[in-house]
Design a binder for this molecule. Structure first.
Ligand SMILES: NC(=O)c1ccc[n+]([C@@H]2O[C@H](COP(=O)([O-])OP(=O)(O)OC[C@H]3O[C@@H](n4cnc5c(N)ncnc54)[C@H](O)[C@@H]3O)[C@@H](O)[C@H]2O)c1
Length: 250
């Protein structure tokens, strides 16, 4: 018996990186996983490999998120776990030089997308008297960084929104938490480093970022996510858990 035996889990952004790692681990622990993403081909491949299903979604579009939730609920009869994980980093620029388009896009995906996911899944979880929501924030949502105003604000928003929704829905036995990785070696980070003037220097800098040696791995984030969506954390709600090798303690 796995830790998630018989559970239905929807994971957004599951065609790549952290979402993919979580989808694979949740499935290996017995969950039936709905792999939800913009990327159809990669998403279908992963869904097939883990015995789940694929759902095309644009988390920045409320109708698309509503469709993802209602299709998953119709197909499986319930949704036990929703991981709102899809996100982008956006452009790197100081606020004065940043564009309105970048602000709107990053907030639409990283923050509005999390709100839509919760808004549309909560009626199902309230009706079934329970459920678990895990939202991927970032250490950047706890400790601000420069030159990423939209990303920082969106991730801080995810942390606070998660806590607010957790308090509001605790009476329904719905737990809501945020997970806050520091820099994780994923395709998002590879692209981020490739856009920097000195990618190799950036990589070395990120290796030294956390008090624990090395970068956070996708597997480490997935194991922490498994803890937060399984009964192992049955009385934990409204937390923003750093997975950061001690980074935010400084
Ligand atoms: N990599 C890091 O260093 C790091 C650190 C902290 C937090 N995070 C967060 O973790 C989450 C996953 O990041 P990752 O590093 O795995 O990135 P990734 O780029 O590898 O994966 C992100 C996935 O989200 C999907 N996606 C993007 N926009 C979407 C949209 N509008 N609708 C549906 N799907 C969409 C992409 O297609 C992709 O499959 C993000 O929220 C990110 O902000 C990443």
């Amino acid at each position: 018996m796995g830790k998630l035996s018989g559970r239905i889990a929807v994971v957004t952004g599951a065609a790549s990186g952290i979402g993919r790692g979580c989808a694979e681990l949740f499935a290996s622990e017995g969950a039936t996983v709905v792999v939800a993403d913009l990327q159809e081909e990669a998403g279908r491949e992963i869904a097939d490999a883990i015995g789940g299903s694929f759902e095309h979604v644009d988390v920045a579009n409320p109708a698309s998120v509503e469709g993802m939730i209602s299709h998953a609920a119709e197909r499986h009869g319930r949704i036990d776990i929703l991981m709102n994980n899809a996100g982008i980093d956006g452009a790197q620029a100081n606020t004065a030089d940043s564009t309105l388009e970048n602000w709107d896009q990053v907030v639409a995906i990283n923050l509005n997308g999390v709100y839509y996911g919760m808004k549309y899944v909560l009626p199902h979880m309230i009706e079934q008297s329970g459920g678990v929501i895990l939202n991927t924030a970032s250490t950047v949502g706890l400790n601000a960084v420069g030159a990423m105003p939209a990303y920082s604000a969106s991730k801080a928003g995810v942390v606070h929104l998660s806590k607010a929704v957790a308090i509001e829905n605790a009476m329904h036995r719905i737990r809501v938490n945020a997970i806050c990785p520091s820099v994780v070696l994923s395709p998002l980070l590879e692209n981020f480093m490739a856009r920097m003037p000195d990618p190799e220097g950036a990589r070395q800098g990120f290796e030294m970022l956390n008090p624990l040696p090395g970068m956070v791995t996708i597997e480490a984030v997935a194991k922490s996510a498994l803890f937060l969506v399984s009964d192992d954390s049955e009385f934990i709600t409204a937390v923003a858990l750093p997975v950061d090798g001690g980074y935010t303690a400084r």
